[in-house]
Each structure stands twice: as structure tokens, then as C-alpha cells.
Design a binder for this molecule. Structure first.
Ligand code: 2HA
Ligand code: ZN
Length: 269
């Protein structure tokens, strides 16, 4: 028995996470337990689900998140492998609900798999998205090799240097990651400071944020779109790296060529 039985909408959300988890592993972005995914599944909750007892005591989130009252999430489990989640999403992740004080959560199904160590970042971001009236439901954190490598160069950490460089490598990157790549300076993984800095960067109008020397955090309407934006940015990073390893610095598209893309695709920047 699983909470997903006879709940096709919820099962689709969880299966999409499993699909993305498989891609993260295949791409080499998810060593060991690296990365995490959460999806706001509140839209899939029915009365029978709401009546289910919790299978854990309430657990403190570490912050109070008033907009999450009544919300439910699928969360990757802490210390679990993406490659395992890809095959067994309900043994390597769980469905949680936020308690009415908005400061705790309880696990409802299927098993008492403790959520990701980055839960404060993920839930704080979901709280922010709801407050803003955003339709975004998914957040993905992963360790894309080429993007993390680029974050070791201080020049690339200046505002929008990397955004413009990555956009200029191939036209699709600006079209499909139109807000670019925000930058968050190095902070302790899992910390509330990292969560706050991530929200500030998203509020600055980015869907994907680089955590310096660690990884990226992306938000989107669903988990596949959150993944796709990281994927197109990484494609550009690989093109840059390939040109460099062939012994030259790539020209990049011109400012006029990038402006033309913005005009044709009606992009925000
Ligand atoms: O979940 O990637 O940042 C493991 C991590 C923490
Ligand atoms: Zn990480």
C-alpha cells in the first residue's frame, strides 16, 4: 500500500521527481546523497489524505513559514541517493504536511524517511513563492560539475557576468533560462543564512541560483522545468569549457544577437 495508490495526480508528481532524479545521477551531478528535490503537492491532496494520521511526531523546521499553513510536500530523504530515488521514490523520499503553527512538519507517508538536510532552504523558498502568488511548485538543488567549476573563478561571481557568458554560448540558453543565473556567495550548506540569501537572489528575479563552490538551486512550475533550466545552463558551461580546452576563448554571440533573441522570444531581460 502506498499513498500514491489511486491518486494519479500525486503519483505523477512523484514519478516526475523520480525521472529527474535519474537524470541528475546520469549526468554525474548527484554523487552519493548529493542534491535534493521538493515539490509542493498541496493541489493533489484530497479529504481522505487530510484525514490520515501522521507517522512521526511534529518535527521543527527551524523557521516559521506562515504561508505554508495547510501545505503538503514531497521531499527527497536526507542521506538518500538520487539513483535510488529514481527507482524507489517512496522509499527514498516522503510526503510531509506542515502543522498549523507553521513551524513544524510531520511525515504522513509512506515511510518515516526524514526529509533533505536542505529543508530550511526549500521550504523557505516555497513560503516565499506562495507569498508572491507564484505558480511555481518545484525546487531542485544539484551539483552540476561545470557550473560549480566556474564558481571557483571570482570574476564569474560578479553580477550577471556568468549569466551573459552562458547566454552567449548558444541561443537556446537565453530563451529557456530567460532570467539567467543569480549568485549566492559561499555559505554553510543547510543553513538558514543560505536559505535567506537564496530567497533574496530569487527575489532579484532569477529562477536559478548558483551556490558558490557548491551547486545550483532552481525553481519552476514543475520539477521537469526546474531541471531543464539547470540543463541548458550546463550545456552552455560545457561549450565554454570545450572551447577553452581546444585552446581558445569562445567569441560568444554578440550583444545585438542576444537582444534579437530577447525581442523574438519576448524575454524579460
Ligand atoms: O543533500 O547536496 O547541500 C545533500 C546536499 C546538501
Ligand atoms: Zn548540495
Amino acid at each position: 500500500m502506498s499513498i500514491l495508490d489511486n491518486r494519479p495526480a500525486l503519483a505523477k508528481q512523484v514519478n516526475d521527481v523520480a525521472e529527474v532524479a535519474g537524470y541528475l545521477w546520469q549526468k554525474g551531478w548527484a554523487e552519493r546523497n548529493g542534491g535534493n528535490i521538493t515539490v509542493n503537492v498541496t493541489d493533489c491532496v484530497d479529504d481522505a489524505m487530510r484525514a490520515l494520521p501522521a507517522i512521526t511526531e511534529p518535527i521543527a523546521i527551524g523557521v516559521t513559514l506562515p504561508h505554508l499553513k495547510g501545505c503538503w510536500f514531497y521531499c527527497k530523504g536526507t542521506n538518500r541517493r538520487m539513483r535510488d530515488l529514481a527507482r524507489w521514490p517512496m522509499q527514498n523520499g516522503s510526503i510531509i504536511r506542515i502543522t498549523d503553527d507553521c513551524a513544524h512538519y510531520e511525515i504522513v507517508a509512506d515511510e518515516p524517511v526524514m526529509p533533505t538536510s536542505e529543508l530550511p532552504s526549500h521550504l523557505s523558498v516555497h513560503n516565499y513563492l506562495i507569498a508572491k502568488g507564484s505558480p511555481y511548485k518545484a525546487s531542485v538543488h544539484t551539483h552540476p560539475i561545470e557550473l560549480v567549476a566556474m564558481s571557483h573563478n571570482p570574476e564569474f561571481l560578479k553580477k550577471d557576468v556568468l549569466t551573459n557568458l552562458l547566454w552567449s554560448m548558444i541561443p537556446e540558453t537565453k530563451a529557456f533560462c530567460p532570467r539567467g543565473l543569480g549568485i549566492v556567495p559561499y555559505m554553510l550548506p543547510s543553513s538558514v543564512e543560505l536559505a535567506d540569501a537564496t530567497i533574496k537572489a530569487i527575489d532579484d528575479d532569477y529562477d536559478v541560483v548558483m551556490w558558490e563552490k557548491h551547486g545550483v538551486f532552481s525553481v519552476g512550475p514543475d520539477v521537469l522545468e526546474a531541471f531543464d533550466m539547470i540543463d541548458v545552463l550546463t550545456k552552455s558551461a560545457i561549450i565554454y569549457q570545450d572551447a577553452k580546452s581546444m585552446g581558445f576563448t569562445p567569441d560568444g554571440m554578440s550583444a545585438a544577437q542576444m537582444k534579437e533573441i530577447s525581442d523574438v522570444f519576448h524575454l524579460p531581460k
